[in-house]
Design a binder for this molecule. Structure first.
Ligand code: BGC
Length: 473
């Protein structure tokens, strides 16, 4: 496990905490050295990432799963009609009816449900079925017994092994889900069975990763879309790969010659912990997580985890009496009590007395009596953890984009969604800036990073339509 080797004297002034004691500053310097990543270090990680992508395209069951989505089409934007979709993410579930207008645009009627803890731990598929029922009943869309079953696109944001467009066995849960009895089983069957238990005749036409559906949603209006990325509760990306480069693909070559591959990049460096910049705070999080040694890359980047890394750092400092005079609280002591959204607010608190941060420490975390220096240290932690996440995010992007240099010679669109990308201050800029260090300027200018909010619902509907069309041919 190599450490980052940036000498202290080169550390950025931004990480000097005004008014800190020498001991406090020393501890912040330790953190800064751990969390800042040099281009040299990032370059080595990118190289290893690329190698792992190749390994995953050659064989099953490797660290990067390189899931074959069986999506071998690109929409033209002229497709029309109404299609249903279920969009299951890490935090929410949406049920939609999407109408494609044939001009690259789409409108939707949708309902959003927050995933309750009970569903995350036990009743997920019954919960989804109930949401579909609520949606259909509320909108008067339940199919009559005489009508054909409803065809639906299912965005399932967890790793599955796909043998066809409408089946996929769960590899493992991520993002805090732990529903028993699902690993190794076809999630489409689990869903259709739950729907049948409610007497709903619904057929899943396609099951897709949220990255694949985000990509297809963008592709519906933009022929240059090549990659779909999620930086949200979890992280992952999908891209169009040349079938000739997918050694493990044993099926007939599609007419298009390409297939969307979902990298499942959150698992990069899992089990091995060989190259990512693990700090003791990451290791502590990992040990206590639901999936120890799993989703190593995701745990440094995504919204589910950053708050917890920061909480570990706070306790490390408090235990040395370098923060909050060594005080903590039942809340601060509890795992996951610091939501990543608080780091977002802290990173941009520019009030003279850091009022927002005071609120977080004293009210949310219930540790009264913070000093201005405590609050400055908290802000520095938020910046360090967030900036490392943004820089590491560039690793996967660069590795994927440079894998197909043929695509970089003309304009290409990278569709991106997720709360980290959308809300974390500076995330999008730092990510793009870091990526620019590793892609020649002439190619980099062809890349358009395009925020694609809530694309996964529309994308699932587009894919359901393309899959249905294909079956009818
Ligand atoms: C899952 C991926 C998903 C990503 C983004 C990860 O935890 O393993 O399947 O695409 O989160 O939602």
């Amino acid at each position: 496990m190599a450490g980052n080797t940036q000498p202290a004297e080169q550390l950025d002034e931004r990480y000097r905490v005004a008014g800190a004691t020498a001991e406090q500053q020393q501890a912040v310097d330790v953190l800064t050295r751990q969390f800042l990543l040099t281009d040299e270090r990032l370059g080595a990680i990118i190289k290893e990432f690329r190698r792992r992508m190749e390994v995953g395209l050659a064989a099953d069951s490797t660290m990067l799963k390189m899931v074959l989505s069986h999506v071998v089409w690109r929409p033209t934007g002229q497709e029309t009609g109404s299609y249903f979709a279920i969009d299951l993410g890490g935090t929410n579930l949406r049920v939609l009816r999407v109408t494609l207008d044939g001009k690259g645009g789409a409108t939707s009627v949708h309902q959003k449900f927050v995933l309750p803890e009970e569903a995350k731990k036990r009743t997920l598929f019954d919960f989804i079925a109930q949401c579909v029922e609520t949606f259909l009943d509320d909108h008067n869309m339940r199919p009559a017994a005489s009508e054909p079953p409803l065809s639906i696109g299912f965005t399932f944001s967890y790793p599955i092994d796909q043998k066809s467009i409408n089946s996929g066995t769960l590899i493992h849960w991520t993002k805090g889900l732990s529903v028993p009895g699902c690993i190794g089983r076809d999630v489409v069957r689990l869903l259709e069975d739950a729907l049948l238990r409610l007497g709903l005749r619904v057929k899943v036409a396609a099951v897709v990763s949220d990255t694949v559906s985000t990509l297809l949603a963008a592709a519906y209006s933009d022929p240059a879309a090549q990659m779909g990325v999620i930086f949200g509760t979890g992280t992952n990306a999908a891209y169009y790969e040349d079938v000739a480069s997918i050694a493990k693909w044993k099926g007939a070559d599609p007419a298009s010659g390409e297939m969307v591959v979902s990298i499942e990049w959150g698992a990069f460096d899992s089990e091995e912990f060989a190259i990512l910049p693990f700090t003791p705070h990451d290791i502590k999080l990992d040990r206590k997580s639901l999936n120890p040694r799993g989703q190593a890359y995701e745990k440094m980047i995504s919204g589910m985890y950053l708050g917890e890394i920061a909480r570990n750092i706070m306790l490390w400092l408090a235990d040395q009496r370098l923060l909050l005079d060594g005080r903590s609280s039942a809340i601060l002591n509890a795992m996951w009590s610091l939501d990543t959204s608080y780091l977002s607010s802290a990173a941009v608190d520019n009030t003279p007395d850091l009022a927002e941060i005071r609120q977080i420490i004293e009210k949310t975390l219930d540790v009264p009596g913070s000093t201005l220096v405590d609050r400055r240290i908290f802000k520095t932690i938020a910046i360090l953890v967030g900036e490392r996440a943004a820089r590491l995010s560039a690793v996967g992007l660069v590795a994927t984009l440079t894998k197909r240099p043929d695509l970089l010679s003309k304009p290409i669109t990278v569709a991106i969604d997720g709360s980290m990308y959308e809300h974390y201050p500076g995330f999008a800029c730092i990510m793009a800036e870091t990526a620019s260090h590793f892609i020649p300027e002439g190619q980099f200018k062809n890349i358009r990073f395009s925020p694609t909010k809530d694309g996964s619902g529309v994308g699932a509907a587009v894919i359901a339509m393309l899959a249905t069309q294909q079956q009818q041919q």
